[in-house]
Write a protein that binds this ligand. Structure first.
Ligand code: ANZ
Length: 855
C-alpha cells in the first residue's frame, strides 16, 4: 500500500502549543508593563519608532500585519541594543467610512468606530506587538481633537488659516468637498461618482507659504527616505522657475500677466491664450460681438465638464475660441490675437499664457489647428557649448544654413530642445540659459516683467461638510465677523449623533443641530453661530506623533520638553499610499510648529520605511474580489510567531509579498526546532562559552556581528534565513557531537533566542525561560561578537595546468568561482607555467580546484 502524504495543514511533527505560549507571555507583558518607554530618569539613548497608526475600518488586515511587524522588529532590535525605545499606537478614528457605515445602519458613528478599535486592539495584542499601551490615543476623542482645534487657532493667529470662495471638487454622491488627491481620474476616490466643480466658501491652510522649504528640505532626507517618495514629494510641490511678463491689452487699462518658464522665446510669441473659466476670459469677452460671446459661453460650459487632467492631455484635439481682442508683446510691440482654450488652466500661474508655437507642443498643435503664425526663435541645431558656429554667407551676404532647421509647421513637432537664439533682436546668438536671464533683465528694466516662480502645490482645503470630524473652533457673528472660540471653551465637542440627520445634503449636518450651533459672540456676548464644518482628517494625522509624547496631558498638545527628548521620529514605517499627502502635511505642520518655537526640528520623520503590499496570486486583495486573507484567521490557524516569521521571511520589506509564497508551516517547524534546542541544552547558565565547539561558535558570532547591519538595512528576511542556519548548526552539534552539554550549544541557543525575539517574541521568551533565566528576554542586551571568531576559515585550493598541479593557494572557504579563477590566473607560478600559451578553458570547483587547459 502506498503511503498517503500528510495533508498540508496537519500539525507538523514538532508541534508545540503555540496558543498556550502566546497567552502566557502576553499576560506577562501586560502585567509587567514590559514595553513602556523609559521615563525622565532613564538616561539610555532614545529611539522613537512609529508605525503609521491604523484607521479602524474593521479588523486588522494583512497590510497591518506587515506594517506592525516591521516596526516591532525595529523597536525590539533597539531595545536589545541598549536603547530606551518609544513604540506607541493609536487610532486615526475620524472620517467618512464611519459616517457612511453609521448612516447605513442608522447608528452613531462612535459605536462603529470604537467597536472596531476594540477589535483591532485585541488583534494587535494577540500579535505580540511591543507597543507602549499607556499612550494610546484616538483622534476622535475630545481629549485629542481639542488640540486639533488649538492647532487650527495657532495657524489662524499666524494668517495660515483663511477662508475663500473657490471652485472646489464636489462629489454629488457623497455630497462633500474632495481634495484634489481624492479625485482619481475625475471620479470620487471613495464612491467612483463623477466629480464636479462647485463654488463654495471653505477653510484653507496656507501650505503654499512653505512650498520652498518643503521642497528644499527634502535634501536633508536624501538616503533616509525612499528616493521614490522624495521624487513624488518634489513633483507634487512642482516648482517652476521663470518670469512673469506683463502684456498691454488694447482697450483695457490694466496689463495682464502671464507666467512663462521660457521668457527667452518672447520674440516667438504669436498669440495669447486665456483659460475659458478664468475671470479674465469673462471680462475680455464682454466687449466682443454677440456671436463671439455666444460661442464663448458654449465653450465655457463644455470646459466645465472636463477635469483638469483631461484638459491637459497632450494628445487631445485642440479646441478654442478667438476673443477678437489683442495684446501687445512688450519686447517688440507686436499685436498678438487673444484666444481662449481649455488647455490653459485657470488656477495655474495667472490663467493665461503667451503662446510660442515653434517651441511648445500644445501651442503648436493649437496654431496648426487654427492657422496661426509660427516663428522659430531658437536654433536647436546650434551647439550650445564651446565657440559659436562659423556663420557662412553667400556672395550676396545671405546666410548659408548647412542644415536648415526643420519647420515645426511641416513636421508638427515643436522644437523643445536647447539651442541658440535667432530672430530675437538683442537676444540673437545667446544660449537659451543666457537668453532667459537677459530677457528677464530687459523686462525688469522696462518694468514689464520680473523673475518669478510657480508651484503646482495648492493651499490645503481643510473644511468638510460632515459630522464625524473635528469641529472648526470658530464663531460667525451677526455682523459678519469670524471669531475664535476662546481657549477656555475648547474643546468644541461634537453633539450626539442620534438626533441628527447625517445624510449628506451639501451642508454640514452640524449646521442643523440648532442647540449645538447656537452660541454667543465671544466679543459682544450676542447670539452667534458656530462654524458647522469639520476638519479634514489629514489635520488629525499631521501632528499625532507629537501627541504620543504627552498623550495623557490635559493641559497642552504636547510637552515641548518631551519633544526635545524624543522627537523627531527616528523610524517611520508605513505604506507607500501615504507617500504624498500625509507626509507633506506632517512636514508642513512640523515647520509651522518650528516657526512657533514649539519644536526644535524641521522634519518630523528622520527615516522612512515603505513596506510592499500583501497580495494574493499576483492580485491586490479586496473584499469585492473575494480574495481576502483574513488576519484573524491566520492568527488563529498558526499563532502570532509563525505568522510573523513567515511574513518577515517572505521577501524584502519594500517588495510586494504574495500570500501563496508565505510559508507559515515552514515557520512553525523552524520555531519548534528552536524551542526544542533550548530544551536540549544541558549545561548550566554560568558555563564558559569560550571552551565550546569553535565551529558552532563561529556561526553564532558571525550572526551576532552581521545581524545589526542587516536589521538597520531592513534586510529582515536575511536575518531569519541566518537564524535558520544557526538552528541547523545547533541541531548538528547536539546530534552529531560534541553534544548538548557543549558550552557552545548553550551560547548558540541563547543568541538564537535573543535575535529570534525580534521576529517570534513568544517563542523567544519561552526559550529564555527554558534556558534558566528570568523574563523578559526583550531586556537582554546584544552580546558583542568575538572578533577572533569572525576571521574567515581558509582552505587550500590547487591549480592544475593541463592536468598537472602547478600551484597551491590559501583561499577563504566561501570564495566564489570567479574570484578563485582570478586568483589562479594571477598566481606567479601559474603564469610561468602557462608561458606564452593561451588558456582555452578553465574548470573551477570553488573552493578546492581550478583546472586550466592551455594551448
Ligand atoms: C511660453 C513658453 C514657451 C512656455 C515655450 C513653455 C515653452 P510648468 O513647467 O508646468 O510650470 N503655462 C503657464 N500658465 C499656464 C496655465 N495656466 N495653463 C497651462 N499652461 C500654462 O509650465 C510652465 C509653462 O506652461 C509656461 O511657460 C507656459 O508656457 C505654460 F517654448 O510660456 B510657457
Amino acid at each position: 500500500m502506498s503511503q498517503t502524504p500528510a495533508p498540508e495543514n496537519s500539525a507538523p511533527a514538532e508541534a508545540f502549543d503555540v496558543h498556550a505560549i502566546q497567552a502566557k507571555w502576553q499576560a506577562h507583558w501586560e502585567q509587567d508593563e514590559t514595553f513602556l518607554a523609559g521615563g525622565d530618569a532613564d538616561n539610555r539613548p532614545r529611539k522613537y519608532v512609529l508605525p503609521m497608526f491604523p484607521y479602524p475600518s474593521g479588523d486588522l488586515h494583512m497590510g497591518h500585519a506587515e506594517n506592525y511587524l516591521y516596526s516591532d522588529i525595529i523597536a525590539r532590535f533597539w531595545r536589545h541594543r541598549g536603547y530606551n525605545v518609544l513604540h506607541p499606537v493609536g487610532w486615526d478614528s475620524f472620517g467618512l467610512p464611519a459616517e457612511n457605515a453609521a448612516i447605513q445602519r442608522g447608528e452613531d458613528p462612535r459605536e462603529w468606530t470604537y467597536d472596531n478599535i476594540a477589535q483591532q486592539r485585541a488583534s494587535l495584542k494577540r500579535y505580540g506587538i511591543s507597543f507602549d499601551w499607556s499612550r494610546v490615543l484616538h483622534t476622535s476623542d475630545p481629549e485629542y481633537y481639542r488640540w486639533n482645534q488649538w492647532l487650527f487657532q495657532q495657524l489662524h493667529d499666524r494668517d495660515l488659516a483663511y477662508r475663500k470662495e473657490s471652485p472646489v471638487n464636489w462629489c454629488p454622491n457623497d455630497q462633500t468637498v474632495l481634495a484634489n488627491e481624492q479625485v482619481v481620474d475625475g471620479a470620487c476616490e471613495r464612491c467612483g461618482a463623477v466629480v464636479v466643480k462647485k463654488k463654495l466658501t471653505q477653510w484653507y491652510f496656507k501650505i503654499t507659504d512653505y512650498a520652498d522649504r518643503l521642497l528644499d528640505d527634502l535634501n536633508q532626507l536624501e538616503g533616509a527616505w525612499p528616493s521614490k517618495v522624495l521624487q513624488m514629494q518634489r513633483n507634487w510641490i512642482g516648482r517652476s522657475v521663470g518670469a512673469d511678463i506683463d502684456f498691454e491689452i488694447e482697450g483695457r487699462d490694466e496689463r495682464i500677466t502671464v507666467f512663462s518658464t521660457r521668457p527667452d522665446t518672447l520674440y516667438g510669441a504669436t498669440f495669447m491664450v486665456v483659460a475659458p473659466d478664468s475671470d479674465l476670459a469673462a471680462e475680455l469677452v464682454e466687449g466682443a460681438s454677440p456671436e463671439v460671446r455666444e460661442r464663448f459661453q458654449a465653450y465655457l460650459s463644455a470646459t466645465q465638464k472636463q477635469t483638469d487632467i483631461e484638459r491637459q492631455q497632450a494628445d487631445r484635439e485642440k479646441t478654442g475660441v478667438s476673443l477678437e481682442r489683442f495684446a501687445i508683446n512688450p519686447i517688440n510691440g507686436e499685436r498678438l490675437p487673444i484666444w481662449t482654450a481649455d488647455y490653459v488652466l485657470a488656477d495655474y500661474g495667472h490663467g493665461a499664457v503667451m503662446a510660442v508655437p515653434a517651441h511648445d507642443q500644445r501651442d503648436l498643435d493649437f496654431a496648426r489647428k487654427f492657422d496661426l503664425p509660427v516663428r522659430v526663435v531658437v536654433d536647436t541645431t546650434a551647439p550650445i557649448t564651446g565657440a559659436l558656429p562659423v556663420i557662412e554667407t553667400d556672395d550676396d551676404g545671405n546666410l548659408i544654413d548647412p542644415e536648415p532647421l526643420p519647420s515645426p509647421v511641416d513636421t508638427g513637432e515643436a522644437l523643445t530642445g536647447e539651442g541658440r537664439l535667432m530672430n530675437s533682436g538683442d537676444l540673437n546668438g545667446l544660449s537659451q540659459r543666457n537668453a532667459i536671464s537677459r530677457a528677464i533683465e530687459i523686462l525688469t528694466k522696462r518694468g514689464t516683467g520680473r523673475a518669478a516662480k510657480q508651484y503646482r502645490l495648492r493651499d490645503w482645503l481643510i473644511s468638510r461638510q460632515r459630522f464625524w470630524g473635528t469641529p472648526i473652533p470658530m464663531v460667525h457673528t451677526d455682523d459678519g465677523r469670524i471669531e475664535k472660540v476662546p481657549a477656555d471653551q475648547l474643546p468644541v465637542t461634537l453633539p450626539q449623533a442620534k438626533d441628527l440627520d447625517l445624510k449628506p445634503k451639501g451642508s454640514s449636518p452640524l449646521g442643523a443641530a440648532t442647540d449645538w450651533v447656537t452660541t454667543t459672540d465671544p466679543v459682544t456676548g450676542e447670539a452667534a453661530l458656530r462654524d458647522p464644518d469639520t476638519m479634514d482628517t489629514f489635520v488629525d494625522s499631521s501632528w499625532y506623533f507629537l501627541r504620543f509624547l504627552s498623550s495623557q496631558d490635559p493641559t497642552q498638545a504636547f510637552d515641548p520638553k518631551n519633544a526635545l527628548r524624543w522627537a523627531p521620529v527616528d523610524t517611520y514605517v508605513g505604506g507607500v499610499e501615504h507617500a504624498i499627502l500625509h507626509l507633506l502635511y506632517a512636514r508642513f505642520i512640523t515647520k509651522v510648529l518650528f516657526d512657533g518655537g514649539l519644536v526644535d526640528f524641521t522634519e518630523p520623520f528622520s527615516s522612512l520605511i515603505n513596506q510592499g503590499m500583501v497580495i494574493l496570486d499576483g492580485a491586490k486583495m479586496s473584499k469585492s474580489k473575494g480574495n481576502l486573507v483574513l488576519f484573524s484567521d491566520e492568527l488563529n490557524a498558526h499563532g502570532a510567531d509563525a505568522l510573523r516569521v513567515a511574513l518577515a521571511f517572505a521577501g524584502p520589506v519594500e517588495d510586494d509579498k504574495d500570500w501563496k509564497d508565505v510559508q507559515t508551516a515552514g515557520a512553525t517547524k523552524f520555531l519548534a526546532r528552536a524551542l526544542r534546542a533550548a530544551g536540549d541544552v544541558t549545561s548550566e547558565t554560568g558555563v564558559k562559552w569560550a571552551d565550546g565547539d569553535q565551529a558552532l561558535r563561529r556561526v553564532t558570532h558571525r550572526l551576532l556581528a552581521d545581524a545589526p547591519g542587516l536589521v538597520e538595512q531592513t534586510k529582515f528576511n536575511v536575518v531569519v534565513a541566518r537564524l535558520m542556519e544557526l538552528v541547523n548548526a545547533i541541531r548538528k552539534t547536539i546530534d552529531q557531537g560534541p553534544g548538548a552539554a557543549d558550552p557552545a550549544v548553550r551560547e548558540a541557543v541563547e543568541v538564537t533566542a535573543m535575535i529570534l525575539d525580534l521576529f517570534a517574541p513568544h517563542t523567544a521568551e519561552e526559550m529564555w525561560e527554558t534556558l534558566g533565566y528570568t523574563p523578559s528576554i526583550s531586556q537582554v542586551t546584544w552580546r558583542p561578537a568575538d572578533p577572533t571568531l569572525l576571521v574567515e576559515e581558509e582552505v587550500t585550493a590547487v591549480v592544475q595546468v593541463n592536468g598537472k598541479v602547478r600551484a597551491q593557494l590559501q583561499v577563504p572557504a566561501k570564495i566564489d568561482s570567479a574570484s578563485l579563477e582570478k586568483m589562479a590566473r594571477e598566481d606567479e607560478k601559474v603564469i610561468r607555467s602557462v608561458g606564452d600559451k593561451q588558456i582555452v578553458k578553465a574548470i573551477v570547483r570553488a573552493p578546492k580546484i581550478v583546472s586550466l587547459v592551455v594551448k
